[in-house]
Design a protein around this ligand. Structure first.
Ligand code: ZN
Length: 467
């Protein structure tokens, strides 16, 4: 019995020992684990990625501050880690120069971390936020889109066609003119140049739930950088990615909104005798590039001949106006032939635009007006305050000089879009006027901004000179 018991006890002791050792190992493991856990909590772990992607980061120091920019380098980003790293470098350099420009000596820890979003099973957006250890607030920092089918970066030239870029540019400029913190800079030449419809100006964006989020890095537009959103649905087929968007509804007229500041000086450029299938188009390109519009006094027979060009004038945000049907001296006409010359172009534009656009202004050929014309006309008769003589000199420099020497707030400038030399003049004239602080507006916009209501038969030389 005793022997048996002894053995039992011994066996128990061995069992105890094993149990004790197990407990000890467990406790040690817990202590070790806890230490590692605590170590992470206590250590300056701020410069870690939220998702623990510690290894894939660009790190550096600027004076007393530290920077970390994380980027995808994992299985899901296989094939485009080079792009991811390049994009991280751009952000890294931006953070470096921002910290370098700070005047006060600070010791910040700044990190740019990201999340990803897959749109329509094909487009992976890498979306960055910047955070520092003092404010702990996340600031959006843009990102980029990878086409997972081709493993390439999506940019403005692959995502939008020309009409899409023009729409984006116009919407962006209009939005900035209506934003309190941007409305001063939005009228300046550097801002206007940086927001023109070049694909490079709209290449930094992400795509999430049908919304494009554009980022504009710190620079001429804004010291802090800028974010702006546009729904993909506004672009329809002008958005070239296969992101599940529907085509735009069939509509010949689609005009982006324009904002005119009544407190800033303005000039109305006016173009007579067109439309012209190349010269008018080139003038429109210059106007759109510089966030500008003009009034085109068209001949009806040319509206019939060039309906596409006429629609381009309207859709660009410029104004379609009438310059008679075939340019006769109205003072030599009466009755039906006078009425025809006064009204036909309006009918043509109304039919062309499915009655969505009408004509409000008439310019008599040669500026010739008599009492009968004034009494017959349903429109105010728009004259001019600056005659550039572009049709006569055919000298672009002369046309520019004639305008700049006389221009002032409220000027109405007479030009002709049927001459190639006038296109050349416009290329110089438009940026020069903007640099002098002028908005380039339509005659209709100018009258509205100046609070002037025009009546039929009035002779209008400027908002301040109406007879
Ligand atoms: Zn004319």
């Amino acid at each position: 019995m005793q022997k048996k018991r002894k053995r039992k006890i011994r066996r128990l002791r061995v069992g105890n020992l094993i149990l004790l050792m197990s407990v000890a190992v467990l406790v040690l493991a817990m202590i070790a684990g806890g230490t590692i856990y605590l170590f992470h909590l206590i250590q300056p772990g701020f410069l870690r990625s939220q998702n623990g992607r510690e290894a894939e980061a660009l790190r550096g120091e600027v004076r007393e501050s530290e920077i970390a920019v994380f980027y995808p380098d994992e299985e899901s980003s296989a094939g485009w880690t080079d792009i991811a790293r390049q994009q991280a470098e751009v952000l890294f350099n931006q953070l470096q120069s921002t910290l370098n420009q700070q005047t006060e000596q600070t010791s910040l820890r700044v990190k740019a971390d990201y999340r990803t979003h897959l749109e329509n099973g094909r487009y992976c957006s890498v979306i960055y936020t910047i955070e520092d250890d003092q404010t702990q607030q996340s600031q959006p920092a843009g990102g980029y889109v990878i086409d997972m089918t081709t493993l390439t970066l999506v940019d403005g030239s692959t995502a939008f066609d020309q009409a899409g870029l023009q729409w984006i540019s116009a919407q962006f400029r209009n939005a900035m003119k209506n934003r309190e913190d941007m409305k001063e800079v939005a009228y300046t030449l550097p801002f206007i140049e940086a927001s023109a419809w070049d694909s490079g100006n709209f290449s930094a964006f992400t795509l999430e739930e049908g919304t494009l989020k554009f980022t504009f890095r710190p620079g001429v537009m804004s010291e802090q950088g800028l974010q702006w959103e546009l729904p993909v649905s506004e672009l329809g087929e002008h958005f070239l990615l296969d992101a599940g968007q529907s085509p735009l509804p069939e509509n010949k007229v689609r005009i982006a909104p324009r904002t005119v500041d009544p407190n800033r000086p303005m000039v109305a450029l006016t173009f007579d005798d067109g439309p012209h299938p190349t010269n008018t188009v080139q003038i429109l390109e210059v106007l759109q590039r510089y966030d500008s519009a003009a009034t085109f006094f068209m001949q009806g027979y040319r509206v019939e001949k060039y309906p596409e060009t006429t629609l381009m004038v309207i859709n660009s945000g410029s104004e379609a106006a009438s310059h008679s049907y075939s340019h006769p001296k109205l003072t030599k006409l009466s009755g039906d032939s006078l009425a025809f010359q006064l009204d036909k172009t309006t009918q043509l534009v109304e039919e062309l635009t499915d009655w969505q656009v009408t004509i409000r202004l008439f310019r008599p050929p040669y500026g010739l007006v008599n009492d009968q014309v004034r009494q017959t006309s349903a429109y105010p008769l728009i004259m001019w305050s600056i005659d550039t003589l572009d049709w006569k000199t055919r000298d672009p420099q002369q046309t520019v000089d004639n305008t700049l020497s006389e221009v002032k707030d409220g000027s109405i400038v007479l030009l002709h879009d049927i001459h190639a030399e006038t296109v050349e003049a416009v290329r110089q004239l438009v940026p020069a006027l903007i640099e002098q602080g002028y908005q380039l507006v339509t005659v209709d916009e100018m009258m509205q901004a100046k609070g002037v209501t025009l009546s039929a038969g009035q002779k209008v030389f400027s908002p301040y000179d109406i007879k």
